[in-house]
Every structure is written in structure tokens, then in C-alpha cells.
Design a protein around this ligand. Structure first.
Ligand SMILES: NC(=O)c1ccc[n+]([C@@H]2O[C@H](COP(=O)([O-])OP(=O)(O)OC[C@H]3O[C@@H](n4cnc5c(N)ncnc54)[C@H](O)[C@@H]3O)[C@@H](O)[C@H]2O)c1
Length: 342
């Protein structure tokens, strides 16, 4: 007998179309509805989701959608600073799984409300820090966890190009550093790019898209296990997104498309090029890469498997970004974590 499919819906019809694409293609789901306060967005939703209009419900009010569509799982793809209400309302309405767009929130108060609400209700949640599900990234993290290069000590992370913005896109970079570091962040030092000298301590990105309102920043973050991340998000550079992960026994250089691995049998000795762990890179950030995320969410609900991108790590990521804003306005001071609760 075939299993009953989970009923999936999407809130926010812009990037939400990519979530629709994934639910429509993952066998665990039936995509039943989409909600946006702006009905003009629906055309874009169907285009991105690559599904024909007419087969699913359309709503302007997500509460009405929850009540009428018997939703099991919902994606929240509203602007960066507007995730908290739909996430908490979905959780309070008894929805079992949520895929929340990144960043989790833009204030610690909102992030805390999300974490407390989902914990109280037992809701499963993943944050769409998409690289968490890339097989090559997962394979490298497994190899590091298995001790392949000894204890990880340094992560050098770069994001380049004109959309190098700390919150909007940099959240992917910071979160991936947390993904590999595998521990709590303990302090942060930051210096923003020129032109953003006074930007902070509060996020002022107006919900997302404009690089004028969101600085590139150079950040040093230390984790409780001694891993130190050096994160550089800089405009006026070529587009790039990459990590150099180093330990006494070797080094992985990881981009979205490829992985290079150097290993030394002599700790801290000369490292030689060798075969990288298997696992494909980034297929397509919009749509295809979300399929493993929604499939994992189904298993989180059915089998209680852990998320590859849990809310608690999304909160750490936000805390590092907010600490970077605080460091900047305090003359690149070292900011101890945790920050006072929002
Ligand atoms: N994971 C990725 O790689 C990636 C890429 C792009 C965007 N995003 C994230 O996706 C989110 C949305 O980005 P976007 O570019 O689509 O933004 P957008 O502003 O184009 O779209 C957001 C949509 O949400 C709708 N909305 C706002 N409040 C609502 C509410 N209460 N109920 C229903 N609909 C509501 C708006 O009308 C709008 O259509 C952001 O958090 C962004 O950071 C992620």
C-alpha cells in the first residue's frame, strides 16, 4: 500500500516558486496551495515552479489556507525580516514541518520566538541554507568528522561579486562555516567594506534585495572547539563562493562545483594532492537543490531524523552576523557571544 502524501503549501510566491518546484517533484508530497498577499506574483510562482496554473489553491491569507487545505508542511519564503509571523502561526496551527527561507530572521528576538515556538509545538523546521544539502559539502563534513585531516582548525571562506551582502547572501556563507565548524561560535571581530563604516548594530537591509543596504564584511569568528573562521564577503571582486578547510592532516578546497583535497600523513607536513570525497556539487540553487531539503523534512516528520540545517544553527548564523554589525560600530571590537537575548 502506498504511503499517504504530505500536503505541502508555500507562503510567498517569489522565490517560493522554487519550493513549489521541489514539492511538485518529491514523491513524498502533494503540492496543494500557494499564498501571497500580492496576487500579481502568482504567475511568477507557476513559472518558477514549472507547473500549470489551476491545480492548486491560491490564497491571500495564510491562516485561511491552513484552515481550508489541511496543510502538513509549509515553506515560508516571505522577505528576510518577515519570516517570524508565518513560521510561528504555522507552528501554532499544528503544521508538522516548515522549510523557512534564510536567514532564519533578522533580529534575535524573532529568531528566539521561532525557536521557542517550534520547540513548544514539536514542529520540525529546516532553514533553507541550501548548501547544507549539497552532497559534496556533506561528504567533506563527514570526512572531517571521521578525522581525515585531524581536528579542523581553520576555515577561510570567500564570497565575491556585486551581490556580496552580509545578510541577504552572506548568510549562506556564514551558515556553511557553522555547518563545517560543528560547534558554537564564541567570539566575532568584523570590519565592513568601505562606505558602510557606520552600518550597525541593527540590520537595516529593508528585507533583502538591495546591496546598497547590506554591507560586505570581513569577519573573524572563533568556535568553542577552536575552529577559527575567516569570512570575506566583498564586492568589487569576481563572483565566487568557496571554502578552504584546513587541519594538521590536510586541506579541502570546496566550491559549489568542485572539491580539491590535499593530504599529509605527517601532521602539519607537506600536503599532496589526492582524491576528493565523492559527491556532486551544486545542481541548481533554485528548485533542484531544494528537493533533498524537502525530502529530508518528510523524514524528519516520519522518522525523527535530524535536520541538515536546523533552526538552532540558523540562530547561530544570525548571531554571528549581528555580532559583526556590533563589532563594526565599536571600532572592530572583539564581541563575545552569546549576545544578550533579543
Ligand atoms: N535560498 C536561496 O538561495 C534564496 C534565494 C533568493 C531568495 N531567498 C530568500 O527567500 C525569501 C523571499 O525572497 P524573494 O526574493 O522571493 O522576495 P520577494 O520580496 O520577491 O517575495 C516575497 C513575497 O512574499 C510575499 N509576502 C510578504 N508577506 C506575506 C504574507 N504575510 N503572506 C503571504 N505573502 C507574503 C510578498 O508579497 C512577496 O511576493 C527571502 O528570505 C530571501 O532571502 C533565498
Amino acid at each position: 500500500m502506498s504511503k499517504t502524501k504530505l500536503r505541502a503549501a508555500v507562503i510567498g510566491g517569489g522565490l517560493g516558486g522554487s519550493h513549489g518546484y521541489a514539492y511538485a517533484r518529491a514523491e513524498e508530497y502533494e503540492l496543494v496551495a500557494v499564498c501571497d498577499i500580492n496576487p500579481e506574483v502568482f504567475d511568477r510562482f507557476y513559472e518558477r515552479a514549472e507547473i500549470a496554473r489551476g491545480g492548486i489553491g491560491e490564497y491571500a491569507d495564510y491562516r485561511e489556507m491552513f484552515a481550508k487545505e489541511n496543510v502538513d508542511v509549509v515553506s515560508v519564503a516571505t522577505p528576510d525580516h518577515l519570516h517570524v509571523d508565518p513560521v510561528c502561526d504555522a507552528s501554532d496551527a499544528g503544521i508538522r514541518g516548515i522549510l523557512c527561507e534564510k536567514p532564519l530572521a533578522t533580529t534575535l528576538a524573532d529568531a528566539d520566538r521561532i525557536v521557542e515556538t517550534i520547540e513548544r509545538n514539536g514542529t520540525k523546521l529546516s532553514v533553507d541554507h541550501t548548501r547544507s544539502w549539497i552532497p559534496s559539502h556533506q561528504a567533506v563534513r563527514e570526512a572531517i568528522r571521521d578525522g581525515e585531516i585531524g581536528p579542523l582548525t581553520r576555515i577561510v571562506a570567500h564570497m565575491g561579486g556585486k551581490r556580496s551582502m552580509l545578510f541577504r547572501n552572506g548568510t549562506h556563507l556564514v551558515d556553511a562555516v557553522c555547518f563545517f565548524a560543528d560547534a558554537e561560535p564564541v567570539w566575532v571581530i568584523a570590519a565592513h567594506e568601505r562606505g558602510f563604516e557606520d552600518y550597525g548594530p541593527v540590520y537595516d537591509g529593508k528585507g533583502g534585495k538591495n546591496p546598497q543596504y547590506d554591507p560586505g564584511s570581513t569577519i573573524i569568528v572563533e568556535f568553542a572547539n577552536g575552529v577559527r573562521g575567516m569570512i570575506n564577503a566583498a564586492k568589487l571582486t569576481p563572483q565566487m563562493f568557496e571554502f578552504d578547510l584546513q587541519g594538521p592532516g590536510g586541506r579541502y578546497w570546496l566550491t559549489d562545483q568542485q572539491c580539491t583535497f590535499w593530504k599529509t600523513e605527517q601532521p602539519e607536513g607537506r600536503a599532496e594532492l589526492t582524491d576528493a570525497p565523492e559527491g556532486r556539487g551544486y545542481a541548481d540553487p533554485f528548485g533542484e537543490n531544494l528537493i533533498p531539503a524537502v525530502q529530508e523534512l518528510a523524514r524528519m516528520i516520519s522518522d525523527d531524523v535530524p535536520s541538515s540545517s536546523p533552526a538552532q544553527r540558523g540562530r547561530h548564523t544570525l548571531e554571528i552576523m549581528l555580532a559583526a554589525l556590533k563589532s563594526q560600530v565599536e571600532g572592530s571590537a572583539k564581541i563575545q557571544l552569546p549576545l544578550p537575548r533579543g
